[in-house]
Design a protein around this ligand. Structure first.
Ligand SMILES: NC(=O)c1ccc[n+]([C@@H]2O[C@H](COP(=O)([O-])OP(=O)(O)OC[C@H]3O[C@@H](n4cnc5c(N)ncnc54)[C@H](O)[C@@H]3O)[C@@H](O)[C@H]2O)c1
Ligand SMILES: CCCCC[C@H](O)/C=C/C=C\C=C\C=C\[C@@H](O)[C@@H](O)CCCC(=O)O
Length: 256
C-alpha cells in the first residue's frame, strides 16, 4: 500500500511513539489526524508539522479514547474534512497500576471503542474503502511483567483483540488488515512518569532492570508500523520489536 493521499488516524499522537508514527506517515505522503487528550502538546505538534509538511496535511483534535462521543465526533470530522479513513493506529496508553480500571479503559477499552467506530467508516461491506489497523501493545502483551499485572493484562488483550479482529475481518470480507506491535522499552515520556505509577508492586520495579540495556528510539517503532501498513501481505501479525530487531511471533495452532 502506497501512503500517497491516504488518511491515517493516530491516537496518543501528541508525544512519544504516536508522534513518531504521525511523522513517518507524513514523510511518506499520507494525511494524518492527530488525536490526543493533551491539547497543548497536540497543538504544539500540529504547529511544528505545519511548518514541515504544510497546513493541509494534518489535523489535531482533542479526543479521549475513553469517550464514545469524542471518538464519533473525531472520526466523522476526519471523513468530512479528509474524505476517508484508510489507516488507524490505536496507540494511546497509560500505566497506572494503582488505577487499574482506568488503565483497562484506555489501553484495551480505547482500542476496542476506536476500532468499532472506525469500522463504520472503513468497512468495505458498509461502503468504506478498507484499509489497515495497527495497534500498539508491548512486550508486556507477550511476557507479563511482574511489576504491572493490570498493564500486562491490557496489553495481552490488545494482542488477542488484534488477532481475533484480523480473522473476523477476513472472514467477513471487510477489506481491513489488523496487525499489532509489541515493543520493549522505548525512550519516551512514558517512563518519566511511570515509576510513580506501580502502586502495590513498585518494590518489584528493579526486577525489570535487565531489560533496560538500550531503550528503543520512537522512530524505530514507527518504521515497524510503516512496514505493517505498507505490506499488503501482513494481516494478523504480532511483531515483537526489541534491541535486536523485529521478530514475527507465532502462537500455538489448532488448540480446539
Ligand atoms: N515507552 C515504552 O517503553 C513503551 C513500550 C511498549 C509499549 N508502549 C506503549 O506505546 C504506547 C505509546 O506510549 P509512549 O511511550 O509513546 O507514551 P507517552 O506517554 O509518551 O504517549 C502517550 C500519549 O497517549 C496520550 N493519551 C493518554 N491517555 C489518552 C486518552 N485517554 N486518549 C487519547 N490519548 C491519550 C497521552 O496524552 C500521550 O500523548 C502506549 O500504548 C504504551 O503502552 C510504550
Ligand atoms: C516498567 C514497565 C513498564 C512497561 C512499559 C512497556 O510497555 C514495556 C517495557 C518493556 C521493558 C521494560 C523495561 C524496564 C526497565 C527497568 O529498568 C525499569 O526499572 C525502568 C522503570 C522506569 C523508571 O523510571 O524507573
Amino acid at each position: 500500500m502506497s501512503l500517497g493521499g491516504k488518511v491515517a488516524v493516530v491516537t496518543g499522537a501528541a508525544k512519544g511513539i504516536g508522534k513518531a508514527i504521525a511523522e513517518i506517515f507524513l514523510q511518506n505522503g499520507a494525511k494524518v489526524v492527530l488525536l490526543d487528550v493533551d491539547e497543548p502538546a497536540g497543538k504544539s505538534l500540529k504547529y511544528d508539522l505545519d511548518q514541515q509538511f504544510g497546513e493541509d496535511r494534518s489535523l489535531f483534535m482533542k479526543c479521549s479514547v475513553e469517550s464514545d462521543e469524542d471518538i464519533k465526533a473525531a472520526l466523522q470530522s476526519t471523513v468530512d474534512i479528509f474524505g476517508s479513513i484508510d489507516i488507524l493506529c490505536n496507540n494511546a496508553g497509560i500505566l497506572k497500576e494503582d488505577d487499574w480500571e482506568k488503565t483497562i479503559s484506555i489501553n484495551l477499552g480505547g482500542v476496542i471503542r476506536m476500532t468499532y467506530t472506525a469500522l463504520e467508516h472503513m468497512n468495505k461491506r458498509s461502503g468504506g474503502q478498507g484499509g489497515v489497523v495497527v495497534n500498539t501493545s508491548s512486550v508486556a502483551g507477550l511476557d507479563p511483567l511482574l511489576s504491572c499485572p493490570a498493564y500486562s493484562a491490557t496489553k495481552h488483550g490488545v494482542v488477542a483483540f488484534t488477532r481475533a479482529m484480523a480473522a473476523a475481518s477476513s472472514a467477513s470480507e471487510y477489506g481491513i488488515r489488523f496487525n499489532v506491535i509489541c515493543p520493549v522499552r522505548v525512550q519516551t515520556d512514558f517512563f518519566s512518569s511511570v515509576s510513580q505509577n506501580f502502586g502495590r508492586f513498585s518494590h518489584l520495579l528493579g526486577a525489570l532492570q535487565k531489560s533496560s540495556e538500550r531503550a528503543l528510539d520512537p522512530s524505530e517503532v514507527a518504521e515497524c508500523v510503516l512496514d505493517l501498513v505498507m505490506d499488503e501481505m501482513k494481516n494478523g501479525e504480532t511483531v515483537l520489536l526489541s534491541q535486536s530487531g523485529k521478530k514475527y511471533v507465532t502462537f500455538p495452532q489448532n488448540l480446539w
